[in-house]
Design a protein around this ligand. Structure first.
Ligand code: GDP
Length: 332
């Protein structure tokens, strides 16, 4: 009980005036799995919420090796040079499962991490008080309150994490490689249908010609797909992250997207839908936590598993038994 009290008013003021130390500590509270940290972070968020919402939120995905971190380094630096403040967050599905990490090691984006206008935060790990989506969304809120104009959310192109990130950002882009002839065929249409832009990276040197050809192929396919955002035709472009080429073009595209979708109301509608979705995602998180940590359910679960596997019980009956146990002495 001798915890040092966090002065909420002081922290709110600190974050609003751009105190990075306080911002970083506040994110740590959000990411913490300790109950008292969670409570403190929620109080802080309540204060900061009215000051958030003013940034453009951009998601970036692509397979490992597509050049995401090189791109973010180049694009982030470009934006900082325009006088913007850029926060880089990551959603790394691997870290919560294997403990290892595809994204988020500290040696990446060295130049950007030294830029006083930039703020880089590696992926949080999932914990019992809600998953990565809650943490990332709340971190976006904090960064916006701290005055960042652009939030870049990076995720690796494997499975569910793109959908997760698509649900938190205004603009979503897919970084791809050349020589994609076959890859293009094999690529899940689903991912392309999430994207507001497809960027063929590494369009430099001998690869440039091929990159332009790949871009044309993507454009042909995109033409037949359902657009990710109503009223916006997703297009492919080329860039070279390593030579910092194509950065202005993509920024122009994003600004044009923002203008178009704000005018049509699609921008605000999406944000409202995302906020609503956030509520349900968190309810599911809490329910899962409450179920799997329930004092009657926990010991019963392995027993039910065994009985089902041994063929002694149907899955439905095992689940019913577990929910019966869950409703006894239920408390969160
Ligand atoms: P990530 O796994 O998607 O984050 O990819 P990285 O940013 O780590 O890049 C993977 C490799 O591709 C690295 O060796 C980069 O130097 C290289 N790379 C990234 N962007 C470019 C580019 O625009 N042109 C070339 N030629 N190489 C690049």
């Amino acid at each position: 009980k001798n915890r040092p009290e966090v002065n909420i008013a002081e922290w709110t003021e600190g974050i609003l005036t751009g105190n990075r130390g306080m911002l970083a500590q506040a994110i740590t509270l959000i990411e913490s799995n300790a109950e008292h940290h969670f409570r403190t972070a929620q109080k802080l968020l309540q204060e900061l919420l009215p000051h958030s919402g003013n940034a453009i939120r951009i998601g970036i995905t692509g397979v490992p090796g597509a050049g995401k971190s090189t791109f973010i380094e180049a694009f982030g630096t470009f934006l900082c040079d325009l006088g913007l403040k850029v926060a880089v967050l990551a959603v790394d599905p691997s870290s919560s499962i294997s403990g290892g990490s595809i994204l988020g090691d500290k040696t990446r984006m060295e130049q950007l991490s030294r830029n006083p206008r930039a703020f880089i935060r590696p992926s949080p790990s999932a914990g019992k008080l809600g998953g990565v989506h809650r943490k990332t969304r709340e971190t976006i809120t904090l960064c916006e309150a701290a005055g960042f104009n652009v939030i870049l959310v990076e995720t690796v192109g494997v499975g569910q994490s793109e959908v997760l990130v698509r649900d938190m950002v205004d603009f979503f882009m897919l970084l791809v490689l050349t020589g994609a002839g076959d890859e293009l065929q094999g690529m899940k249409k689903g991912i392309m249908e999430l994207a507001d832009a497809v960027l063929v990276n590494k369009a430099d040197g001998e690869n440039k010609r091929l990159a332009l050809k790949t871009k044309a192929e993507y454009n042909r396919i995109l033409h037949f797909l359902q657009p990710a955002t109503k009223g916006w035709q997703t297009k492919a472009a080329t860039c070279s992250a390593i030579y910092q080429e194509g950065m202005k073009d993509i920024w122009d595209t994003i600004q044009s997207f923002e203008k178009t979708t704000k005018k049509s109301g699609v921008f605000e509608n999406r944000r409202r839908a995302q906020t609503k979705e956030w509520i349900y995602a968190m309810i599911i998180d809490q329910l899962q936590f409450s179920f799997f940590n329930h004092q009657e359910v926990k010991p019963l679960l392995p027993q039910m598993e065994n009985e089902v596997i041994a063929g002694a019980r149907t899955v439905t009956s095992a689940v019913e038994e577990l929910f019966q146990a869950y409703s006894i002495n239920k408390k969160l």
